[in-house]
Design a binder for this molecule. Structure first.
Ligand code: AMP
Length: 331
């Protein structure tokens, strides 16, 4: 059987370089080889950002960015989570076998309690169950995840196993983490922080204008420069090099690495090169995005096609789950 892959990105604004290199680029490389379901997690986004004026534009924008970056609706099922209501029913059913104690012990839940103590909602607590429903509804075998999602995936495996054991069936496969070649990539922020992320407020977005993008790169935090040959790079400088390793050619990377080691580096030159290399990647995506975002008919068509494919797969699983759990017509 062709392996089934599921993954999604939360719809909390535009996509940044971290989303692109950490997730989207990998999705694109998978779509020829696997039976893929890629979705936009709009329910999930509500656990932290419930803003009705932003929900629709954010979802639309991410869909346009998925397509502009190269996801192909003919090859993969690209859908919006809330267009597949079956996932809510499976979520409800799985909740009956998810225990509050184990959910409270989830690292991401503990983190969220710390970050938003004023809004510790039940959606935050049951986030891993909804994620399990996202995956199990398609009986996925593989889930491309970053390090931060490994615990959630482990919980999905646990819920699959628990369901199969309780009902004496082999209904759900236990999905494996699909790790891309080598170590998972972490795109750093250029403000001295370890990670590029929306909550860190340090993102370079795929659809940033040239000038905006260049300005962000030119403002990257650096130091006075190396004072000894071959000295170890401090974190802020390592961040610049990490990003360059991802977006530039190895010749370019080696050139600046050598200059650093010889204490001859000029950070301004390196930043200019880095901005130019990022733009080489993002500008074509941004241009396609500008066209796609204007075409609501096309976006609606893509979302409808994706929802149809996803609902078909989800409804099939749900029918089996209902049968197993005892939802039947009277005899
Ligand atoms: P999020 O925007 O947090 O919903 O993340 C969506 C996807 O992008 C997940 O697969 C993350 O692992 C990935 N991602 C987000 N930020 C980064 C980053 N700075 N470096 C690498 N991957 C990231």
């Amino acid at each position: 059987m062709k392996e089934i892959v599921v993954s999604g990105i939360r719809s909390t604004g535009n996509l940044h370089l971290g989303n692109y290199y950490g997730a989207l680029r990998n999705f694109i490389s998978m779509q020829d080889e696997y039976n893929c379901y890629f979705f936009i997690a709009d329910y999930h986004s509500l656990t932290t950002h419930p803003d009705p004026t932003q929900l629709n534009p954010n979802v639309k924008s991410i869909l346009a960015e998925y397509l502009a970056a190269g996801l192909d609706p003919e090859k993969s099922s690209i859908y919006i989570q809330s267009d597949v209501p079956e996932v809510c029913e499976l979520f409800t059913l799985l909740n009956m076998h998810a225990y509050v104690g184990e959910l409270e012990r989830t690292v991401s839940f503990k983190e969220k309690i710390r970050k938003q103590p004023e809004n510790v909602n039940a959606g935050l607590l049951t986030y891993p169950v909804l994620m399990a429903a996202d995956i199990l509804q398609h009986k996925a075998n593989l889930v491309p995840v970053g390090k931060d999602q490994l615990q959630h995936l482990e919980m999905t495996r646990k819920y699959a196993r628990r369901f199969n054991t309780i009902y004496g069936v082999e209904l759900f496969p236990e999905p494996d983490a699909y790790k891309f070649k080598g170590e998972p990539i972490k795109i750093p922020g250029l403000d001295g922080s370890g990670k590029m992320g929306k909550s860190e407020g340090n993102c370079i977005y795929l659809n940033d204008e040239d000038k905006v993008l260049s300005k962000k790169v030119m403002r990257a935090v650096t130091d006075q420069g190396p004072t000894e040959m071959n000295q170890q790079k401090p974190d802020v400088i390592e961040n610049l090099f990490t990003l360059m390793k991802v977006v530039s050619t190895s010749d370019t990377y080696n050139h600046f690495d050598e200059l650093y080691n010889k204490c001859e580096i000029r950070y301004g030159d390196m930043k200019k090169q880095l901005a130019a290399d990022i733009l080489k990647v993002t500008a074509p995506i941004r241009d396609r995005y500008q066209d796609i975002i204007k075409d609501s008919d096309y976006l609606n068509k893509v979302a409808k096609l994706g929802a149809e494919k996803a609902r078909e797969s989800s409804a099939k699983t749900l029918k089996e789950v209902r049968e197993v759990m005892g939802f039947r017509s009277f005899k």
